[in-house]
Design a protein around this ligand. Structure first.
Ligand code: GLA
Length: 390
């Protein structure tokens, strides 16, 4: 039995077997470079993974919403109602699908009857591979189909997901996660300008290397982290720069313009935050350029620089991610290694030569266990397609 069949079986057990039961999948994502640039109107370079979230769903005739997650089976079936679309701590993971319904309605796509929904994902929770955005986009695609909003584009679903995250779950995230999950393409990363959402697909052809995600197993929730604080710091720095520069976002600045005007930012901390946003954006543009010219080594070097900037200027790495990355840099065959996602825990992404992967996992794993006191998990990952029906 493949995964969807098994899940449909569980769905029938929990909610009954009659009616039109449908299944959807949305991937997780890993960002190769361009971190904390999306909400600064800069560039990102993420790709969708082959691991992700399955959603099995059936429309109801009444206003009830029923939820079951294979990842939180001890919570059993949770219930909600279309008449009560509000965030509630006790709703736990169900706040994400409820938030999507709320956002659909807010954006003028009425969801007039309820549904039964089963979710099951194989992205490690709170790993920084966007399990929550994956859930949002899976539900978004399902709602589009179920309620006849066929004209809605995948980009719109991504934006509705971001809206739900910002205004329902109160995490002020940018658009990168939902966009890459909705729009992903097998064996490609997405070079996205978050200023205007223009993008192109860039092939990621690793002939002699593997993409390795390492999970620090340090749990973090975006809401509880300093994510919103960093975003507010960037906004403050932007305001100060706007005294001299005609810009809408930090991503509008070249390095030369930033260096010429940086002293408008009167706080040293804010200056470092802005420096990261500006340099990381330019680094991302350069990284995509060198990759397209086939220079994977230079791409890796820029990944390393990205980590240093996130560590020293943006201060979102922490001991766990630094230990993983700095140990990775010492290993033979490592082309590049950096934290990925929001930071403060979660994962790193490394490009490692095929013949060195085994030693890499053994050595970095041992050093991490010794220095941090618990184990990290290593996943060779593949780049998959964006969300859709199964
Ligand atoms: C999280 C957010 C994204 C992005 C990254 C950092 O994943 O959801 O919007 O800001 O952090 O690059």
């Amino acid at each position: 039995m493949d995964i969807p069949e098994q899940l449909i079986h569980t769905f029938e057990e929990k909610f009954g077997a009659d009616g039109d039961i449908r299944a959807y999948f949305a991937p997780g994502r890993v960002n190769l470079i361009g971190e904390h640039t999306d909400y600064n109107g800069g560039h990102v370079f993420p790709c969708a993974l082959t691991i992700g979230t399955y959603a099995v769903i059936r429309r109801r005739d009444d206003k009830k919403l029923r939820f079951y997650s294979g990842n939180f089976s001890r919570l059993g079936v949770l219930e909600g109602s279309l008449d009560h679309l509000v965030y509630a701590e006790k709703a736990g993971w169900a706040n994400y699908p409820i938030g999507m319904v709320w956002a659909f309605v807010e954006k003028g796509f009425p969801v007039e009857t309820g549904f039964d929904l089963l979710i099951c994902g194989n992205i490690p929770n709170a790993s920084g591979l966007s399990s929550s955005s994956s859930l949002e986009v899976a539900v978004g695609v399902a709602l589009r189909d179920l309620y006849g909003f066929g004209q809605m584009t995948m980009e719109e679903i991504a934006l509705i997901g971001q809206y739900a995250e910002n205004h329902f779950n109160r995490v002020n995230c940018g658009v990168m996660d939902q966009f890459s999950i909705a729009m992903g393409k097998k064996d490609h990363a997405i070079f996205l300008d978050c200023g205007d959402l223009s993008f192109s697909y860039v092939p990621i052809i690793l002939k002699e290397e593997k993409l390795i995600v390492t999970c620090s197993n340090k749990k973090r929730g975006l809401g509880g982290s300093k994510y919103n604080e960093r975003r507010a710091e960037c906004e403050e720095a932007l305001k100060m720069l706007q005294n001299k520069c005609d810009i809408c976002a930090l991503g509008d600045l070249t390095i030369e313009e930033f260096e010429a005007h940086k002293d408008e930012i009167t706080s040293e901390v804010l200056k470092r935050r802005a420096r990261h946003a500006v340099y990381e954006n330019q680094r991302t543009i350069q990284a995509v350029n060198v990759l397209q010219n086939g220079d994977i080594d230079e791409f890796g070097r820029l990944m390393n620089e990205s980590h240093i900037s996130l560590r020293d200027d943006y201060e979102v790495t922490g001991r766990e991610l630094d230990t993983l990355v700095e140990t990775a840099w010492e290993q033979p065959g490592v082309i590049g290694s950096r934290m990925t996602g929001a930071g403060f825990g979660g994962c790193t992404v490394s490009i490692v030569r095929d013949d060195c992967v085994e030693d890499f996992i053994r050595n970095v794993g041992a050093a991490y266990l010794e220095q941090i006191g618990y184990a990290a998990d290593f996943f060779p990952v593949s780049i998959g397609d964006g969300a859709g029906a199964l």
